[in-house]
Design a binder for this molecule. Structure first.
Ligand code: HEC
Length: 125
């Protein structure tokens, strides 16, 4: 019964003749460039608006009243922050409320965060 086997292999070959439709169709030629997100990100932000520098901010508006060695300030109207060592949440609320003669809201938002982070991380110097 050798003929049965050859029919079987012919049938198997037949499967390979299935037409491959649209193979190599080149209708899809418009290659879209990705939006130039990186360009706009680098060009739209001047370096002056980079993350606020807590030390500079402290020197500008806090150092006249507060001593903080890390900032090189020696103000004596307010407490010496190297000695008081307030924690960041306390510093933030002090900036917001302005205890005693300290003006309220000297800094807000990202600036307040930057100053508080700087002070909390550099007390005791
Ligand atoms: C006009 C002077 C003045 C300026 C400017 C000033 N402070 Fe004060 N600050 C004070 C005084 C006075 C106190 C003490 C208030 C009290 O007796 O409760 C104080 C208290 C604080 C305290 C609480 C200290 C503690 O004992 O825990 C922090 C923190 C503080 N100031 C941070 C700042 C920061 C940050 C800035 C700048 C954004 C700033 N201060 C600007 C006068 C000032």
């Amino acid at each position: 019964m050798a003929c049965l086997r050859s029919y079987a292999s012919l049938a198997a070959l037949g499967v390979l003749f299935v037409v491959l439709p649209g193979c190599g169709s080149d209708s899809n030629t418009t290659i879209q460039e990705p939006p130039t997100a990186s360009q706009s990100a680098t060009t739209s932000k001047p370096t002056t608006t980079a993350a606020p520098n807590g030390k500079d901010l402290f020197v500008a508006k806090c150092g006249s009243c507060h001593t903080l060695k890390a900032a090189g300030t020696t103000g004596t109207t307010g407490p010496n922050l190297d000695q008081q060592k307030p924690a960041k949440p306390e510093i933030l609320s002090d900036i917001k409320t302005g205890p005693a003669v300290m003006p309220a809201n000297l800094y807000t938002g990202a600036d307040a965060q930057a100053v508080a982070t700087f002070v909390a991380g550099n007390e005791g110097g």
